[in-house]
Design a protein around this ligand. Structure first.
Ligand code: HEM
Length: 112
């Protein structure tokens, strides 16, 4: 998550196992720090956000995306509009059970 900024550097703590991203699974150096773009369906219900659970607030998640993936800051009204759009994607939500989640590296972050 470093396209337009340094997410890990700005986070200001050490890199965790989860931060290694897809490389945890493929063992391919090319995949280090790469992350699957998650579905945004039901995003309203699936906090905390990002691979590190770095934020539990959807507005903050949108601002983080704008900063690191889009390279923009937007006024609060526009962020509110994006969140309203994301909330329009809420439908029936069926969380995975523990055994379906698989071997996901533990995250070392507490959402702020
Ligand atoms: C305004 C535009 C965007 C919005 C509103 C947005 C929204 C979001 C949200 C809410 C999440 C968290 C989902 C979750 O953890 O369940 C997310 C994650 C993610 N998005 Fe975006 N996104 C935007 C643009 C982009 C762009 C342009 C890219 C790639 C070029 C991108 C790539 C990703 C990736 C890779 C993640 C997962 C990151 C991680 O797990 O650390 N997003 N996005």
């Amino acid at each position: 998550m470093e396209l337009k900024g340094h997410y890990f550097g700005d986070r200001g703590d050490s890199v965790t196992a989860a931060d290694h991203g897809r490389a945890n699974v493929t063992k391919d150096e090319h995949d280090r720090y790469r992350f699957k773009v998650p579905t945004l369906r039901n995003a309203e219900l699936t906090a905390p956000y990002f691979h590190d659970g770095g934020t539990a607030d959807l507005h903050q998640a949108v601002r983080t995306m704008l900063k690191y993936q889009v390279g923009k800051e937007l006024p609060d009204a526009d962020v509110d509009a994006l969140v309203a759009f994301l909330k329009s994607l809420t439908g029936t939500y069926t969380p995975l059970s523990g055994s379906e989640k698989g071997d996901v590296p533990a995250r070392a972050h507490n959402p702020s």
